[in-house]
Design a protein around this ligand. Sequence first.
Ligand SMILES: [Zn+2]
Length: 112
Amino acid sequence: MRKMMNKKGFSLVELMIVVVIMGILIAVAIPLYGSITTNAKNKTCASNIDSIKNAAVAYYTEHGHAAEMSDLTFEGGTPKCPWGEGDGAEYDVTINTTTGFATVTCTATHEG
Ligand SMILES: [Zn+2]
């Protein structure tokens, strides 16, 4: 009996405890990952909107008329919302010619 207790390796109970702990960690990590990616996409979209607003106001200040999205140039290409299908969704830009403020709206449907 003493010889069997000194056997190397893991018992079934030890292995089951490891599997249960791994299951708990995975059950916590998967929903957390989903909320992190949702948050990142929403923040990217908000950042894109700010960039486009700034570019539209700068264009209006320089040219004296409202910009179309095609008039605006961005380092690294035109920003697209990560919630859009494929390459991402476009943004609509309107500029208030009285105040000079730009309104940028995202055409994609956001989740979360
Ligand atoms: Zn968006």
